[in-house]
Design a protein around this ligand. Structure first.
Ligand SMILES: *Cc1c(COP(=O)(O)O)cnc(C)c1O
Length: 368
C-alpha cells in the first residue's frame, strides 16, 4: 500500500530516543531546550516554545494574546478544524473567510472585505492565516491589513515547517507562528508542536502557559495564571531534533516529486478532469492535493485507488460546512468546493519517481 505519508525515523533517531528513555529524564529537559534553540535558529526567530501538539500551540497563542469572549478572529474556510477549535476554546468567535482556488490559502481580497465590512458585536482582534499544505502565503499584504486594523497575526504553519516566503520562514513572520509535529507533517515527534515568536515577553508568557501558568523564581514556584499542561516530552524532542538537519533535503525531494506529479498530471488537467495546485516558490509540499472536476465523485476515486494499493483522501475540511463554527457570510464557495473535490495523493521524501508515475497512471485509469 502506498500511504499518503510516511514518517522518516532513522536508526540514529531511535537510538537518541532510547538514550533519553534510559536516562530517566523523560519530561522537558536540556535536550528540549537545545531543540528549541536549534528550531529558533532554523526559523530565524528569537524564541521557540515546544508544546504537545499543533492544536496546543494555536490555543496557547490565542491565550497569550488575551483573546477571549467578546473577541473575533479571522481564519480561512479551508483548513484542519484545529484552527477554528482553538478560537472556540478561548471563547472567541471565528470569522470564516474564503480561500483561493490554486494555492488553497486565504484570499487576501476576501480577508480585506471581511475586515472592512465587519459589523459584529465582537471586536476583531487577530487573523490566523494558514500556510495550507506548506504553501507559503505572501504575508506582506496580511501584515498591512493587520497593521491598518490593529490585528495580531497568528500564523498556522502547522503544515509549513521549512516553507519560505520573501526570504523568511513561514511561521516566523507574524506575531506568533504555530507548528505541528504530527506524523502527517514533514518532521514528526508523534504528537507535538511548537510556537515561534520574536517577542520576548510573549515567549516568557507562552512558557508559563505551557506549564500550569507556573514560574520558577528564587523564592520558589509561583502560579500566576490559570492554564493547562501542554509540555512535550524530552524523548519526543530528541526525535524531532534528529530530523531537523535533514529537513531541507527532504523538502527539496518533495519539491521534485510535486513537480513530477504536476508534469505527469498536466494531460489530465488539459482534458478538464482535474486542477493542479500552484507551484509557489518556497512551498514545502507537506501535501500534494489535486481538485477533481465536478463530474467526478471523489469517494469512488478513493475506493478505486485503494483497490490498486494507493491511499488517497480529502485534503482538508471546510469550516463553514461543519456546522460547529457559525455561519460564514458570504458563503466560502471555493473552500467548500476544495473540501468536496480535493484529493490528496501520496507524498513523502522516500517516495520514488516510479511510485509517482504509478499513482498518476492509476488516477488516469480510475477517472476515465
Ligand atoms: C495538523 C494541523 C493542525 C493541528 O496539529 P496537531 O499537531 O495535529 O494538533 C492545525 N492546523 C493545520 C493547518 C494542520 O494541518
Amino acid at each position: 500500500m502506498l500511504k499518503l505519508s510516511q514518517p522518516n525515523v532513522s536508526a540514529d533517531a531511535i537510538e537518541r530516543v532510547a538514550e533519553v528513555l534510559r536516562s530517566g529524564h523523560l519530561v522537558h529537559g536540556p535536550e528540549s531546550d537545545a531543540f528549541e534553540r536549534e528550531l529558533a535558529e532554523y526559523l530565524g526567530c528569537r524564541d521557540v516554545v515546544l508544546v504537545s501538539s499543533g492544536t496546543a500551540a494555536l490555543h496557547l497563542a490565542l491565550m497569550s494574546l488575551d483573546i477571549g469572549p467578546g473577541d473575533a478572529v479571522l481564519l480561512p474556510d479551508f483548513t484542519f478544524p484545529a484552527t477554528a477549535n482553538a478560537v472556540m476554546l478561548v471563547g472567541a468567535r471565528p470569522v470564516i473567510v474564503d480561500v483561493e482556488a490554486q494555492t488553497y490559502n486565504i484570499s487576501v481580497d476576501a480577508l480585506r472585505a471581511a475586515v472592512k465590512g465587519w459589523s459584529g458585536p465582537e471586536a476583531l482582534k487577530a487573523v490566523i492565516p494558514v500556510h495550507e499544505f506548506g504553501c507559503p502565503l505572501a504575508m506582506a499584504r496580511i501584515q498591512s491589513i493587520a497593521a491598518e486594523y490593529g490585528l495580531s497575526i497568528v500564523e498556522d504553519a502547522a503544515c509549513a515547517l521549512g516553507a519560505t516566503v520573501d526570504g523568511m520562514k513561514a511561521g516566523a513572520i507574524g506575531t506568533i507562528g504555530c507548528f505541528s509535529f504530527h506524523p502527517r507533517k514533514t518532521l514528526t515527534t508523534g504528537e507535538g508542536g511548537a510556537l515561534a515568536t520574536g517577542d520576548a515577553s510573549l515567549a516568557q508568557r507562552l512558557r508559563r502557559l505551557r506549564s500550569h501558568g507556573m514560574e520558577r523564581t528564587p523564592a520558589g514556584l509561583t502560579f500566576t495564571e490559570v492554564s493547562s499542561n501542554y509540555r512535550l516530552t524530552q524523548f519526543q524532542a530528541v526525535l524531532g531534533q534528529s530530523q531537523l538537519p535533514h529537513l531541507d533535503d527532504w523538502i527539496a525531494r518533495r519539491r521534485e516529486l510535486a513537480n513530477r506529479y504536476s508534469r505527469v498530471l498536466s494531460t489530465m488537467r488539459d482534458a478538464g478532469r482535474l486542477a493542479l495546485p500552484l507551484s509557489v516558490p518556497g512551498h514545502s509540499w507537506q501535501t500534494f492535493m489535486v481538485v477533481l472536476s465536478d463530474a467526478i465523485e471523489r469517494a469512488s476515486v478513493v475506493a478505486a485507488l485503494r483497490e490498486r494499493g494507493i491511499e488517497a483522501g480529502p485534503g482538508a475540511q471546510s469550516l463553514s460546512s461543519i456546522g460547529l463554527y457559525g455561519e460564514a457570510s458570504p458563503t466560502p464557495i471555493i473552500g467548500q468546493m476544495l473540501a468536496k473535490q480535493g484529493l490528496a495523493l501520496p507524498l513523502y521524501e522516500t517516495l520514488s519517481d516510479a511510485d509517482v508515475d504509478r499513482v498518476c497512471a492509476a488516477l488516469d485509469e480510475v477517472v476515465r
